[in-house]
Design a protein around this ligand. Structure first.
Ligand SMILES: [Zn+2]
Length: 291
């Protein structure tokens, strides 16, 4: 019995150490500078090693997707300026979802640029309360962020347009109530390319999929999300985190001259299937634990 307890204790210690290592590694990538570059057409990468930010450049100004951490605006600004654009030309700010790693920098970016903040309806209360109304993390001070006023409330299927560039907001809820997957079309080398920026299909540790009294429709929302993601045509696969689509590996290929490094329809299909399987497994586990 004693030995068993010791082994369990050691296993726990090792897994805790692994968790801490993982967290440290993750946050290092979250704040590590990453070279800004043009993905396709008028779409650019201006995020960090893992927290993805995208810049859409039009003759009438810039659209930025994701403001990331409250410490990120300086890094994003540097990337935008390195590409030759003016930070103050950001007219519209969008997000993938209302978690601090994608929207905590919004208040500061709006202060610096006067950009209009356009957010999916169900994420608006979370953004405007600085995370306090989040269904899972509302009481967790470490997950809160500077609140920011939303100028335009988006609904599923709404478009954001600037000088002929059109982005479409797809409600892909579950991870947050208003998680948004952005799509747009780009032309590169005479070829039309469908771009998908996945909002987040992940079930976070501790998420209650069964019997969730705060967010009763969470499991149905995830299922709907996978229906939506499976149906989206995708050539260029992107997402809220670089880790979703293999940013570092694809960028290395892009830098070595592979112009098509980010064209990855098979990677998109495999990613969505993998995430759906992970959701189904967790849903099954929680459902049978409840019986
Ligand atoms: Zn998140």
């Amino acid at each position: 019995m004693k030995i068993r307890r010791l082994v369990c204790g050691l296993a726990l210690l090792f897994s805790l150490a692994g968790g801490v290592r993982l967290a440290a590694q993750r946050s290092a990538e979250w704040t590590a500078p990453f070279p800004p570059f043009r993905i396709a057409g008028n779409l650019y990468y201006v995020g960090s090693g893992d927290l993805a930010s995208y810049l859409v450049a039009t003759p009438k100004g810039l659209i930025l997707i994701n403001s990331n951490l409250s410490s990120s605006p300086a890094l994003i600004r540097k990337s935008v300026e390195t590409l030759g654009f003016r930070f103050s030309d950001i007219k519209i700010l969008l997000i993938s979802h209302a978690h601090f790693d994608h929207c905590a920098g919004s208040a500061e970016i709006i202060r610096q640029t006067g950009a209009k903040y356009e957010v999916m309806d169900a994420d608006v209360p979370v953004v405007e309360s600085g995370g306090k109304s989040d269904f899972a993390y509302g009481a967790d001070k470490g997950m809160q962020f500077p609140r920011a006023h939303v100028d335009r409330v988006l609904h599923d299927g709404d478009t954001v347009q600037l000088s002929g560039t059109v982005l479409t907001a797809h409600l892909t809820a579950g991870h947050t109530r208003g998680t948004t997957t952005w799509t747009m079309d780009e032309t590169e080398g005479g070829r039309l390319l469908h771009v998908v920026i996945v909002g987040s299909p992940n079930v976070n540790p501790g998420y209650k999929l069964v019997g969730n009294t705060v967010y009763p429709q969470i499991a149905g929302d995830y299922k709907h999300q996978f229906d939506v993601l499976r149906a989206l045509p995708c050539d260029i696969f992107l997402g809220a985190h670089g880790g979703y689509f293999g940013l570092a590996e694809k960028y290395a290929r892009w830098k070595a001259g592979d112009q098509k490094a980010f064209i990855d329809p098979a990677g998109y299909t495999a990613y969505v299937a993998d995430r759906e399987q992970a959701f189904e497994a967790e849903f099954k586990r929680q459902s049978s634990a409840r019986k």
